[in-house]
Structure formats: C-alpha cells, structure tokens
Design a protein. Structure first.
Length: 442
C-alpha cells in the first residue's frame, strides 16, 4: 500500500515527467477498445483499456485522483502489447506513456522486502550479467538431463504450484550445457557470395535457453549470403527492465549495447525475438534526453532489422523450401508487428514453403497473453487470453503454429499442453521451421 507521502511524490513526478502533449493527443475516440485484450477479458472495464489508462494518467497529472493501488493495478494489468497504437488516429505512443508511468510509480514507492529482494536479484544481479545467466540456465539443463525432473514429477511436488506454472515447466525447451553456452561464435562467414555484412543481437534468454534457435538464425543468415559478426560485449536488451519500472537500468543496458555494436561496419543488426527487437528499435526514444547518447542511439536504431525482414530482402523465400504435407498457421509477435512493423515478411516466408498449406489464423495479431513475465505475475488474465487464442488456433486445424518470439513460443506450447493437443500439434520459432524447410535438420 502506498503511503500519503509516496502518493504525493508520485503525483509530483507525473506532473513533471509525463508527456502532457501525448496525454492530450488521445481523443477518447475508442478505436483502441476492440484491440485491447484486457479491456475485453475484464468485462469491458474502461480502466483496463488504453483510453481508460490514459485518462487515469491524465487525472493523476491534473490532481483529480490519487495515484493509489487502483491506479497501479490498472497500469500493471496492461499487457503492453501496443495493439492500440496502429489503430489510433492520433498516433498516440501509448507504450511510451505506460513505461514512464510504471517507472514513476516503481521509483517512488517502497516495496516489501521480498519484492525488493526479487527485483534486485533479477534486474541488477542476473539479467545484466551474461555469465550469470548462463550459469543459472545451466542448472535448469542439469535438472532436465539428470533425471531430477522426472523425480520431481513423480513425487507430486509440482502440484503445490499454480497449474499454469506446472504446465509451463513441462514445455520449457531442452537447455544446452554450460560448456556449449560459453562456446559461442564471434564471427561466421557467408555460404557463397557475400551479399550483406550483419551483426547479430544474440540476447540473453535467446542465447541460453533458446540457443538452438539462435544457431538456426545464424545458419539461415549464412545461407542467405550474410557475413556475421557477434560482439561478445553485448548484453540484455533491457526490455524487461523498461517494462517493469526500471528505466535507468534499461538506459545503462542500452548504452552498453550501443557501444558493443557502433564500431562495427555492418549493414544491419539482426534480431530474432520480437520483444527484444522492439525495445532495441526504440533506444532513440529511451535516450532522447541524453545529449551524449541521443545521436548514437539514432544510428544504432537505423540498423535494427528482424531476421524475417532481411531474409525477404535477400529473396530467401524464392529458394527451394519444402516440408511434409501439413497445415501451418502463424501467431504474430505483438512487438514485432506493432512496434517493428514487421507482419508481412514472416507470412511471405511461410507461404513460400512447398508441400504445406498456410492457414491464416483469425485474430492472429491479438496478443497470446505471454507479454514477458505477464503470464507469471498476472496468470489468471493471461490464461483467459490464451484460452481465447486457442479457440482460433484449433479452428485452423494446423499441425504447426509458428511464432517469432520466445515468450509467444512458450505461451503457445503452454496452450497446446492445456488443450491436450501435444500429440497433434507443435509450436516452433519461424527460423527453426525455415531451417527444416531448407533441408537442414541440424
């Protein structure tokens, strides 16, 4: 519970830091309402809509309401999917307002000791340190490989946890060994004529838990004619920090990444995770008020490109891509679509695969409910959103659901498991499927 003093500090910071012009740009037209999963699944509560949340922010700025637990709850319930932005006739940057408001609240309220401890470990001691991420992830790999996971399942211990977490534990990817995670390439040559020289943003979870997908990404880039540089000094993109009220830490990570990439003479910086790419491509906004970094951030942002976009640019979809007969559908990564504006390229690639039938899912652009750690901290709402998504998935009769973000991938695997469809359906990252289609089974 926030104290009166904390509320006063929060309100003062809202008045000082919130973009008043952006708040006033919202015309309350309601175009955003049909795109907002939390508005719909909360029973059409206005405070759980983009329009409603902006009204709440504006009311705090104007001193009409106190920034109490109800205000914080409204903001925390948001997925941050930003589906409201493409449909907004005024072009309101809702995501920027949300991150600023969350940061103000988080930095001006005193969390309980357990919450402070968890936040410190996650945001300060773990994600900014790649070696620690590898070590922690390797423990999960040992848990999977040594038989301990089977023992835990047999003992029934997992029944003590929420069902969504229990199911998620089942669908986690097989984690590589610590040795493999440490033995990562720094440079890869092109297969054949060099068409582009690129740098690869390997990320933190992507280069540990999803290392196989990173390997597939780099193989595809090589096959497409790319010379690849992978700077070892890169770090976490900062998305988790930025979305969770740790904006200063996100800025520090952004500066580290800009330094890691800016001296490389490359055409593009390639990403393969929609969430990471969307945060990277807004480093210019994150650092806009820092005169020492704003121009450097703009140059960095100008080179960010998703893997699907560069593959289409290099006409990878015109190759001989084949897969066994099956129906395939695609689930958009919200941030890839709404922030990076990359929606047609994944579909072009998938529809070029011979032997398959591509079926467009109804509301494929609607959030699946993953949203970073949302499916953990807001499990009930996340599962409502996922259940709705799975009705459309099943209607496609697809054997393979394709995604372009690790969070979406785990969420769709979770949905498959919850629906009892694991023997009939699979979820894969688009690069893993494309590597299969090009004839490389790894």
């Amino acid at each position: 519970m926030t104290t009166v003093k904390e509320q006063q500090m929060i309100q003062e910071q809202f008045q000082k830091r919130m973009d008043q012009d952006e708040l006033l740009n919202c015309m309350r037209c309601g175009f955003c309402l049909p795109t907002c999963p939390t508005y719909i699944d909360s029973g059409y509560q206005e405070t759980h809509s983009p329009r409603g949340r902006i009204a709440v922010m504006k009311a705090v700025v104007d001193g009409l309401i106190e920034p109490d637990e109800d205000v914080e709850r409204s903001l925390n319930m948001c997925l941050g999917c930003r589906a409201c932005e493409p449909v907004c006739p005024s072009g309101v940057k809702y995501g920027h307002l949300l991150e600023e408001a969350r940061d103000i609240i988080n930095q001006n309220k005193k969390h309980s000791l357990p919450v402070r401890t968890v936040r410190k470990v996650v945001f300060e001691e773990l994600f900014p340190h790649p070696n620690r991420m590898r070590t922690l992830t390797s423990l999960l790999g040992m848990y999977q490989r040594t038989g301990l996971q089977k023992m835990v399942h047999f003992s029934g211990v997992m029944k003590l946890f929420p069902s969504s977490l229990t199911t998620m534990e089942k669908v986690l990817p097989r984690v590589p060994t610590l040795k493999d995670m440490k033995n990562r390439p720094k440079y890869l040559s092109s297969e054949g004529t060099v068409k582009k020289k690129v740098a690869f943003f390997s990320g933190c979870l992507m280069d540990t838990m999803f290392m196989q997908t990173n390997d597939a990404t780099m193989k595809l880039l090589q096959k497409a004619g790319c010379e690849i540089v992978i700077p070892s000094s890169q770090t976490c993109c900062g998305a988790l920090h930025g979305h969770s009220g740790e904006k200063d830490a996100a800025k520090d990570l952004a500066k580290r990444n800009i330094e890691a990439f800016e001296k490389l003479e490359v055409d593009f910086i390639i990403t393969n995770a929609g969430g990471c790419g969307a945060f990277l491509i807004e480093y210019d906004h994150l650092l806009k008020n820092d005169p020492s970094w704003s121009e450097r951030a703009k140059k960095f942002v100008s080179k960010i490109k998703d893997i699907s976009a560069i593959l289409v640019d290099l006409e990878f979809h015109k190759r001989n891509l084949n897969l066994p007969k099956q129906i395939i559908t695609y689930q958009d990564s919200c941030h890839l679509r709404n922030v990076m504006k990359t929606a047609s390229e994944p579909r072009i690639l998938l529809q070029s695969i011979q032997g398959i039938e591509y079926c467009e899912m109804k509301e494929a652009d609607r959030c699946c409910g993953s949203a970073g750690i949302y499916n953990i901290v807001e499990s009930e709402m996340s599962m409502k959103i996922l259940d709705y998504k799975m009705t459309h998935v099943k209607s496609t009769e697809a054997k393979t659901i394709v995604t372009a973000n690790p969070g979406c991938l785990l969420q769709m695997k979770l949905g498959i498991e919850r629906e009892g469809l694991s023997d009939k359906m699979r979820a894969v990252h688009i690069v893993d499927l494309l590597l299969e289609a090009v004839g490389d089974r790894g």
